[in-house]
Design a protein around this ligand. Structure first.
Ligand SMILES: CC(C)(COP(=O)(O)OP(=O)(O)OC[C@H]1O[C@@H](n2cnc3c(N)ncnc32)[C@H](O)[C@@H]1OP(=O)(O)O)[C@@H](O)C(=O)NCCC(=O)NCCS
Length: 172
C-alpha cells in the first residue's frame, strides 16, 4: 500500500500513547532490511519501557518523532544526545520508514523535520553511521547536507557479509 497524495501526513513528538505502535513499526522496518543495527526480534524493549523513553524526552533531551499517515504509524526518527558535557552538543540520528511506505519522500520529510527541531533545541551537530550499500539512506543524508566524515570498515554483519559503513556528520 503506497502512500497516496491525499493521505493525511502528520509528524509529532512521540509520547507514551505511541509506544506500542512504535515497537510494531520498528519491528516491521527491522524485518525488511539488513541495514539497521538490530536483527528482527532482537530488541526486547517492553511497551512500558518504550513509553518511559518517550516520556523522558524533557529530561534526556533526546528527540523522538513519529510520522502518521491517516493515523497509522509509518515512520520514526530519533536523535539521541551524547551525555558528556564536552559532546552533548552532538546527537546521533536513527530513522526508519515502514517498508510499504518507503520511496515516497516520507523519509525526506521526516529528516527535514527533525533537523529543524534539533537546530531549534540548540544541537550543534548530528552524526550517524550508514551501510554504504544502503543507497536510499546515503542519498537521503547527502541531500540533507550530511557529509561523509569517515569509513568504518567491516563494521556491520549483514547475514554473514561484513559491510563497510560511512560515518556522516551535519553541522547545524
Ligand atoms: C532510508 C529510509 C529512511 C529513506 O526513506 P524513504 O522515505 O524510503 O526515502 P525517500 O523517498 O525520502 O528518498 C530519499 C532519497 O533516496 C532516494 N531513494 C529512494 N529509494 C531509493 C532506492 N531504492 N534506491 C536508491 N535511492 C533511493 C530518493 O530518490 C531520495 O533521493 P533524492 O532526494 O536525491 O531524490 C527508508 O528507506 C528506510 O526506512 N529504510 C530502512 C531503514 C534504514 O535503512 N534506515 C536508515 C539506517 S542508517
Amino acid at each position: 500500500m503506497k502512500p497516496r497524495a491525499n493521505n493525511h501526513i502528520c509528524i509529532r513528538r512521540a509520547s507514551a500513547v505511541n509506544a506500542e505502535a512504535f515497537l510494531e513499526l520498528f519491528e516491521a522496518v527491522t524485518s525488511a532490511t539488513d541495514f539497521l543495527g538490530f536483527e528482527p526480534a532482537e530488541r526486547s524493549t517492553t511497551v512500558k519501557a518504550q513509553a518511559e523513553i518517550f516520556e523522558r524526552q524533557n529530561v534526556s533531551k533526546d528527540i523522538h518523532l513519529i510520522m502518521l499517515a491517516d493515523g497509522k504509524s509509518v515512520g520514526f526518527v530519533s536523535i539521541l544526545r551524547q551525555i558528556r558535557r564536552k559532546s552533548c552538543h552532538i546527537g546521533t540520528l536513527v530513522i526508519g520508514i515502514h517498508p510499504q511506505y518507503q520511496g515516497a519522500r516520507l523519509g525526506s520529510q521526516l529528516c527535514e523535520a527533525v533537523i529543524n527541531l534539533a537546530r531549534k533545541e540548540g544541537l550543534i551537530k548530528l552524526e550517524l553511521t550508514v551501510v554504504i550499500a544502503n543507497a536510499s539512506a546515503v542519498r537521503l543524508y547527502l541531500s540533507k547536507g550530511f557529509r561523509v566524515e569517515g569509513l568504518r570498515r567491516a563494521s556491520m554483519n549483514c547475514g554473514g557479509r561484513f559491510l563497510d559503513e560511512y560515518h556522516m556528520g551535519l553541522l547545524l
